[in-house]
Design a binder for this molecule. Structure first.
Ligand code: GDP
Length: 236
């Protein structure tokens, strides 16, 4: 782009290009960095059982993490080729009171480190206030009607929002993995698409976008230079 030729430079077009690149950042960054999925739910809802079931599931290629072989608190795996790390929120601070651990779940869900939350609910039991509170705290979570091998509690009969999973029988686990990928990677860019693949490139694009929005010529020039210099450094 010729920034020196002031009249010919199309600021709006450049901004659209930059926006399009940033819109694909989530996709590009996760080609190499695992998506983090956190399981939340009250004690005994079956978080650890589900994690173990996924660890033994043929569709998920699992890399056992050192120190987590007996009671898994985290599983690294690949689902449909996507690197994924599933963590049990209980494993983070087991000793805290339930209410406090709910707060931790929220804090983690809001932090940049958690991409998706899976909320487990034991449908063989009636809903508790804690369960409802957790549902409010994690509005974007995938909700599971867990322990589907047991009879549903009568108060749960009408729930259609959750889908059924049993860690005991394995029913619904395949569907859960499919839904995780669907939520994390709703669309794949076309093969010739360009996108940032590391945090540095995303930071450069953020800065460039601000410069383009302000139609600031020196800052825009610096923005492009930084981006291009970076490409040479990484050998792209
Ligand atoms: P956590 O505290 O949420 O990690 O729950 P656990 O995974 O330790 O499970 C608590 C209890 O529920 C254990 O006795 C499990 O065997 C049982 N459990 C877990 N998942 C299921 C399930 O899908 N069906 C049935 N029937 N029991 C389950």
């Amino acid at each position: 782009r010729n920034l020196n030729d002031g009249g010919a430079f199309d600021w709006d077009d450049a901004r659209r290009d930059c926006d399009a690149l940033l819109a694909r950042a989530r996709f590009g960054l996760h080609l190499t960095r695992a998506w983090t999925v956190m399981l939340v739910g009250e004690p005994n809802v079956g978080k650890s059982s589900l994690l173990n079931r996924i660890a033994g599931f043929e569709r998920a290629i699992v890399h056992h993490e050192p120190g987590t072989t007996r009671d898994l608190v985290a599983v690294s795996c690949a689902v449909e080729g996507w690197p994924m790390r599933l963590i049990d929120s209980a494993g983070i601070r087991e000793s805290l009171e339930p209410v406090e651990s709910l707060g931790i779940a929220r804090a983690l869900a809001e932090s940049r480190n958690v991409d998706l939350v899976v909320h487990l609910r034991d449908f063989s039991q009636p809903a508790s206030p804690e369960e409802e509170r957790l549902a409010e705290l994690c509005p974007g979570a995938i909700r599971i009607a867990h322990k589907s091998d047991l009879p549903r509690h009568s108060s749960r009969a009408d729930d259609v929002e959750s889908f059924s999973v049993s860690s005991t029988s394995g029913a619904g686990v395949d569907e859960l993995l499919r839904r995780l990928v669907q939520r994390l990677v709703p669309e794949t860019p076309p093969p010739d698409a360009v996108f940032p693949i590391n945090e540095r490139q995303v930071a450069c694009l953020d800065e460039l976008l601000a410069a383009l929005q302000g139609r600031d010529v020196p800052r825009t020039r610096r923005g492009y230079e930084r981006l291009l210099r970076g490409e040479r450094v990484t050998g792209d």
